[in-house]
Write a new protein. Structure first.
Length: 239
């Protein structure tokens, strides 16, 4: 995999794939970045870097790295009081990357994506995540609804994000202490019925303007930080 961009390459060099980074190519100016001290860098023309990575968004640097090391879903569920983001057929690489970045910044345990009809970790996702995929664990599962059943058996509560309806509650209503799975649906159709049915509760962000919905990446950011705030308040109240 050829990853590109300054943040993705920097995080790959200090993340879980550091051992698999075999070659770093950079323009003369990018090769002077302080975080490249001690790293063997091949100085190349801009045109060669663009040819290698297939994108003009390379910021003067790219690197060859091994395949992405997906985690097992059981690995995520084994953590005490995990906070997991499950994505039901989110197919836009920019959305997946953005959600990974937010989830990593919010301290989430990991991300779960289905094996089919979903974006996977590609160089474009690495770039969109600003390298966050090198630190947060991402698991691929055959079926999101089945994963939610496994999460329930592991003691987690699953909350599906939907537009406000009679069947949803405000996102501030649930108690997010303990193990939590936040479930977000695809860009176009939202949660599929079976996945929604596997959630313990459906939650909604308030929509106070004229638009009928938020984008999935924006909704993920708002909900994750709402959950983080709720969990921090619970810790502050603990004896």
């Amino acid at each position: 995999m050829i990853i590109y961009g300054r943040n993705p390459v920097q995080e790959a060099l200090r993340g879980r794939r550091a051992h698999s980074v075999s070659e770093v190519c950079a323009t003369a100016s990018a090769a002077r970045e302080p975080w490249l001290d001690g790293i063997k860098v091949r100085v190349c023309a801009t045109e060669e870097i663009e040819r290698r990575c297939g994108s003009s968004a390379h910021q003067g640097i790219c690197a060859a790295a091994g395949g992405y090391p997906y985690a097992g879903s059981d690995e995520l569920l084994a953590v005490e009081h995990p906070l997991i983001v499950a994505l039901d057929q989110v197919q836009d690489p920019q959305n997946l990357g953005s959600i990974c970045r937010t989830a990593e910044c919010a301290g989430a345990t990991g991300i779960v994506i289905p094996e089919r009809r979903s974006a996977e970790v590609t160089p474009a996702v690495c770039k969109a995540s600003a390298g966050a995929v090198e630190h947060i664990r991402i698991a691929r599962v055959r079926n999101v609804a089945d994963f939610l059943a496994d999460a329930s058996r592991a003691g987690c509560w699953s909350y599906g994000a939907c537009a406000p309806t009679a069947s949803t509650v405000g996102y501030t209503v649930p108690d997010y202490s303990g193990g939590v799975v936040l479930v977000l649906g695809s860009e176009g159709s939202g949660l599929r019925p079976r996945v929604a049915g596997a959630c313990d509760q459906l939650v909604a962000l308030p929509l106070c303007g004229r638009m009928e919905s938020l984008g999935v990446a924006a909704a993920a950011a708002a909900l994750l930080y709402g959950i983080l705030h709720d969990r921090e308040k619970a810790l502050d109240k603990a004896p």
